[in-house]
Design a protein. Structure first.
Length: 180
């Protein structure tokens, strides 16, 4: 059975899958409940749709990864890269990394995500190539963050920290490449 083959234990794969998707639903319910408790949270239908699409994409990509590779380091590398991309998009959409969410400079961070995607496709998702791709994405992220210092020093320093998940991903892919 494909969903159980990921860790060699019969039935446990489907439990992890249910937990993961259950957490995704809970994450979507959180702002809904918060809106009932406080007026400071005010999501529109489009906010919920955007969040559902983002969470669904991340969950779907990770689920494909689990089916594709049994290597825990490879899976963790994908998870770190997905977390980096998710939070970059989420934070830029909510408040912006450099300046406000409307600052066009923030589009450069989307370029870093695009660089990671194109690189992953170019190396055919192979661990050694993914390690290099995520290292380049981390370096590009730092370059974009430092380039934004003229616009927003505090935001630039804050956003530079988001290179860490890219670099963690690179380290995990390097580990997977050595094991494979």
């Amino acid at each position: 059975m494909a969903s159980n083959a990921d860790n060699g234990v019969r039935g446990s794969g489907s439990r992890w899958r249910a937990v993961g998707w259950g957490l995704a639903v809970a994450l979507l319910l959180l702002p809904f409940v918060a809106m009932k408790v406080t007026s400071e949270v005010n999501w529109s239908a489009s906010d919920f749709i955007f969040a559902a699409v983002m969470i669904g994409l991340v969950g779907g990509i990770f689920e494909v990864t689990v089916r594709m590779s049994p290597d825990p380091a490879y899976r963790a590398g994908v998870a770190a890269a997905l977390a980096a991309a998710f939070f970059i998009i989420w934070i830029n959409g909510a408040v912006g990394m450099i300046g406000s969410e409307g600052n066009p400079y923030n589009l450069f961070f989307g370029g870093v995500i695009l660089l990671a995607i194109v690189g992953a496709v170019a190396v055919r998702l192979r661990p050694a190539g993914m390690a290099l791709t995520m290292t380049v994405a981390g370096a590009a992220h730092v370059a974009v963050a430092l380039g934004g210092m003229a616009v927003d020093i505090r935001g630039s320093i804050f956003s530079a920290a988001f290179a860490l998940p890219w670099l963690l991903s690179a380290w995990l892919f390097r580990k997977a490449a050595r094991q494979g």
